[in-house]
Ligand binder design. Sequence first.
Ligand SMILES: Nc1nc2c(c(=O)[nH]1)N[C@H]1C(S)=C(S)[C@@H](COP(=O)(O)O)O[C@H]1N2
Ligand SMILES: [Mo]
Length: 352
Amino acid sequence: MTEGISREELQLAARNHGMPLEALRWDVTPIGLHYLLTHYDIPEVDVETWRLELDGLLERPRSLSLDDVRARPAVELAVTMECAGNGRAHVEPHVVSQPWLLEAVGTARWRGATVAGLLDEAGVADGAVEVLFTGLDRGVEGGEEQAYARSLPLADVRSGEAILAYEVNGVSLPPQHGFPLRLVVPGWYGMTSVKWLSRISVLGEPFDGYQMRHSYRVRHEEDEPGRPITRIAPRSLMVPPGIPEFLSRSRMVAAGPCELLGRAWSGESEVAGVEVSTDGGRSWDEAELEPGSLGLWAWRGWRFTWDAAPGEHELCCRARDAAGNIQPLEPAWNVGGYVNNAVQRVSVTVAS
Ligand SMILES: Nc1nc2c(c(=O)[nH]1)N[C@H]1C(S)=C(S)[C@@H](COP(=O)(O)O)O[C@H]1N2
Ligand SMILES: [Mo]
């Protein structure tokens, strides 16, 4: 990455923070360290007048207060959420948008009511194909004024474990993460998990809004439809070892045994293994994978003891999942700079 970033990108980067990679030490990310991405402004919500409208192809449409949602049976799920734009700043040619390096990820315990349960109560009518989730936040994007809105196929709502969350890590949702209620879709990239929910509509046709039709598609030409972005591709990240140099962020490590540790996840299938390279990806060794103590939808810890010899090194890690997906060594370009899950590279100097 040689080019500087523009004022537009700096404005986005100053609003939307990542998770500092040293926070990979926690299995559940302290909520203030969880990454944050908001397209427009954080909306002001009066919880006394706020309602969740359920409409469209439903036998019993309804309007629920937050207490109504809280009165439903609650589930709590640990979910690793990652932005589809994570890794964007590493693709070439440069793509102008939120300039994530690798830190647009976090794992939280989300508590709420299941979407499937609420829809069952309201009775999904014949002919339903998708469920549309609309947020309260409004803005202009691609020249179109819009409320942030994304849909999910009904089949994925029914087979999945999506929840309407009003708590995260044991506290009421903070404003920036979607107060009073947000969708959380385990295993899918973050754009699916609509914050500040105001409406859930059951549709007889696929939703064609901006965030479905234009954003969040892998396209190689501006005017091709491309393919929609859905589940999280496998990735592993390590806590950068040693100490950083302030400006370059390159690392200084003492010679001798060095414990490398990190986390790995995939929304497509279980993580099957993590490998570590200490020579820039020429050779690989298997890391030790920890048990998945947070359940199916959260990252897994791994560790690897590196015998650090004096000199310059490039550390890498790569995850693979049970479906046979593995992280590539080099980024692949697409119009939006999405889904770049190329391996992390950490430059380290070991003093003699
Ligand atoms: N209403 C609304 N929901 C939203 C967004 C948004 O801008 N508005 N951003 C989406 C994107 S792109 C991501 S990656 C996640 C980020 O969730 P977080 O900020 O809680 O980490 O929220 C998603 N839900
Ligand atoms: Mo995102």
